[in-house]
Write a protein that binds this ligand. Structure first.
Ligand code: ME8
Length: 477
């Protein structure tokens, strides 16, 4: 059975998850469910990035010891993913012992290659980004993402000879044109690698929180360097057996962290002699009034509040349908309500209710409710194809085209007229086609809207088929 190893970023725990984090998780969950259903051996890894200065600052604000703070927050994040039914296989924590060993093994491999040296670092550091900044990255002296002035740092650091890997990385981009997606991310990275990429600092002197640099206890490993290695640690690296999962099939990330994933990380892997990921896909940002939704800007939207108001599947539907994966888009409560009423309640919900109500009313026995027509099979195949191309919006649109088709079948056959004429066989034929179509929709939605898929299945296999006691999606005005 072919393996499929899929990752999300690991998140800073300086605040609770918002809709942006769930977005990556939901997309990853769709892919994981899709490939599991195809019989692939899936490893979906998500988790938390704990060795960050941001977490130290958040713990200080709460007057809590850092370890106690990250323990509590790791539980909060894990619960949020559990509550959303994100079917991760591992929930990774970077304070774990096995991670320390993996980071140190990776550094040892890179040292053996001669790629790490001790030097002086003088410059800016934005704790919000956990990133060293050049003068040109700042706007009016401030980080453009966090709107704060960076710290000025002058210290001894270990450096990674990233610039050694420029040609090798460019060759990888050329040989594997789909490795970094979408094209906007690929182009940005090609220009970064060609024109800007320099050696990077990979340690912080005198930083107490974080993984110790091997043989130099005074230094903590730079948090990004440690975080990226989580993808290796989950496979069991450096112990035997990690090869079962390596390399990564897909890294799903947001476009804020492409430099780390599409330049620094592949160079680290090249240095350590490890295979590069097959695909790195960077999705866009959810914004509110054009500003990125973010913990630090205080414009976060709580996904669980939306789940309580609507449901998990409604949230999944909205985020996957509204914005093409890879583009940015504004989060709008009005648009969510419109899509809910128009597409879920009136579209899918109404088709299911009225069809099953007619089956009940005209006492039709549906012989093979789960038999799927040629047209249904084609629709399911197209949906799967779109999922595999990360086009979740198109996958859902395809299902809704089929919903409109089934509505047309009913509206042109008019079973209520056929009933007046006593044409029971014709009624059975039409309603069988539509019920089987609904079953095909249930199947197509398996990975995208798992609860809805399950409800549809239960409704169509029930004997005798009855109108649902509650609509799948009740209108909300
Ligand atoms: O960067 N829209 O963690 P982080 C869409 N720890 N996605 C969003 C988003 C938004 N407004 N805001 C956040 C880190 N995300 C590092 C990662 S990985 C080795 C280390 C999602 O807590 C998106 O996936 O800042 C983004 O890349 C990630 O959260 C950043 O999470």
């Amino acid at each position: 059975m072919a393996k499929y190893f899929l990752t999300t970023p690991i998140y800073y725990v300086n605040a609770s998850p918002h809709i942006g984090h769930m977005y990556t998780g939901i997309a990853a969950d769709v892919l994981a469910r899709h490939y599991r259903a195809q019989g692939r051996d899936v490893l979906l890894s998500t988790g938390v990035d704990e060795n960050s200065q941001k977490n130290v600052e958040a713990a200080e604000k709460q007057h809590m010891p850092v370890q106690q703070y990250v323990d509590a927050m790791a539980d909060t994040w894990k619960k949020a993913f559990d509550d959303m039914d994100i079917t991760y296989d591992t929930f990774f924590r970077t304070t774990s012992e096995e991670h320390k060993s993996a980071v140190q093994a990776m550094i040892a491999a890179m040292q053996a290659k001669g790629d790490i040296y001790l030097g002086d670092y003088t410059g800016y550091y934005c704790v919000g980004c956990e990133e060293f900044k050049a003068e040109k990255d700042l706007i009016e002296g401030k980080c453009p993402t966090h709107k704060t002035e960076p710290n000025i740092i002058k210290e001894k650091n270990y450096f990674f000879k990233l610039s050694n890997y420029r040609d090798h990385l460019l060759k990888w981009y050329e040989d594997f044109p789909n490795a970094v997606q979408p094209t906007s991310a690929r182009n940005k990275m090609l220009s970064y690698i060609t024109d800007e990429m320099e050696d990077i600092s990979i340690s912080r002197q005198s930083q107490a929180w974080g993984i110790r640099f091997p043989k130099d206890e005074e230094h903590a490993v730079y948090v990004w360097f440690d975080a990226l290695i989580n993808y290796l640690t989950v496979t069991g690296y450096p112990n035997n057996g990690y090869e079962k999962w390596w390399p990564v099939d897909v890294h799903l990330i947001g476009k804020d962290i492409i430099k780390f994933h599409c330049a620094i990380w592949p160079a680290m892997l090249l240095s350590a002699g490890l295979d590069l990921p097959n695909t790195i896909f960077a999705h866009g940002f959810f914004t509110v009034n054009g500003e990125k939704i973010s913990k630090s800007l205080g414009n976060a939207i709580d996904p669980m509040q939306l789940v309580q108001q609507y449901s998990k599947d409604v949230l999944r539907y909205y985020v996957l349908r509204e914005i093409p994966f890879g583009s940015d888009g504004d989060f709008s409560f009005d648009r969510l309500r419109q899509r809910y009423n128009g597409e879920l309640a009136n579209g899918l919900g109404n088709l299911v209710s009225r069809t099953l109500a007619m089956v009940e009313k005209y006492q039709v026995v549906i012989e093979n409710p789960e038999e799927i027509s040629q047209q249904g099979q084609e629709m399911i195949k197209k949906v799967g194809g779109y999922i595999e191309k990360f086009s979740f919006d198109k996958a859902l649109a395809e299902v809704w085209i089929f919903i409109a088709h089934l509505d047309d079948v009913i509206d042109s056959a008019k079973p209520w007229e056929l009933a007046k004429e006593g044409k029971t066989e014709d009624i059975a034929r039409v309603l069988t086609e539509v019920v089987q179509g609904i079953a095909a929709i249930g199947k197509a939605l398996h990975a995208l809207l798992p609860d809805t898929s399950q409800s549809i299945r239960e409704l169509v296999v029930a004997q005798p088929i009855k109108k649902p006691s509650q609509p799948l999606f009740a209108r909300k005005d």
